[in-house]
Ligand binder design. Structure first.
Ligand SMILES: CC(C)(COP(=O)(O)OP(=O)(O)OC[C@H]1O[C@@H](n2cnc3c(N)ncnc32)[C@H](O)[C@@H]1OP(=O)(O)O)[C@@H](O)C(=O)NCCC(=O)NCCS
Length: 177
């Protein structure tokens, strides 16, 4: 598995993934080709400005999805905190790719970026995404659960939150932060 910056060849498989209703079931809508391309461009700017972003994930030379870090920009108690997120092409689910890629991102978060903690959140019925958080050893933070301010009226507006601290991650992976 390789986590890398985005290449122009990723745009097509990325757009296909973002147009798949199964992949986008827990988002308000699928993305158009233009929206998908804009997301790549936004990410590349994030790497330049923040030093982190969503990495393109490649397995066996094939684009499979993304995993990485982002800064929360919406209003509320989570604003400015660093979240980890993931999205993978449907055909690639069930192989542990999301958990493996997210583990590499958390190593990066704590060993290179020296963050104190990282959060993750998802709409409350997205069991597969929550399972990744659990597999990573993230802790549920019911006190931080929230209604996403950018999706008023959407059935999935309620979000659940998990968190992992640098010290817990280092201990669980037996690494020296
Ligand atoms: C969320 C998402 C990335 C999870 O993908 P996933 O493939 O279920 O998660 P993992 O990569 O951790 O793989 C775990 C599965 O692979 C299996 N597996 C096989 N080899 C494995 C390995 N070496 N390590 C871990 N799991 C492995 C596990 O048993 C598990 O299978 P199960 O789901 O049948 O129990 C995927 O469902 C997705 O892209 N969803 C759409 C986007 C989305 O909702 N993103 C989150 C928004 S907040």
């Amino acid at each position: 598995m390789t986590l890398r910056r985005w290449a122009s060849a990723d745009r097509e498989p990325f757009a296909l993934m973002n147009a798949d209703p199964q992949v986008m079931k827990f988002f308000p809508a699928c993305l158009s080709q233009d929206e998908s391309n804009a997301l790549i461009d936004k990410n590349e700017r994030s790497f330049e400005d923040e030093g982190f972003g969503l990495w393109a994930v490649e397995v066996g030379g094939r684009f499979v999805g993304f995993a990485g870090l982002g800064r929360v920009t919406f209003e509320g108690v989570l604003r400015s905190r660093i979240e980890i997120g993931w999205r993978f092409a449907r055909w690639s689910w069930g192989n542990g790719y999301a958990t493996e890629a997210a583990s590499l991102c958390l190593n990066d978060a704590f060993l290179r970026l020296h963050l104190d903690e990282v959060i993750s959140f998802t709409t409350e019925t997205n069991v597969r995404s929550e399972a990744v958080m659990k597999r990573l050893g993230m802790k549920r933070r019911t006190d931080l659960d929230f209604d996403h301010p950018r999706t008023p009226g959407w059935w999935g507006q309620r979000h659940i939150v998990y968190e992992v601290a640098a010290s817990n991650w280092a201990r669980s992976r037996q690494i020296d932060p």
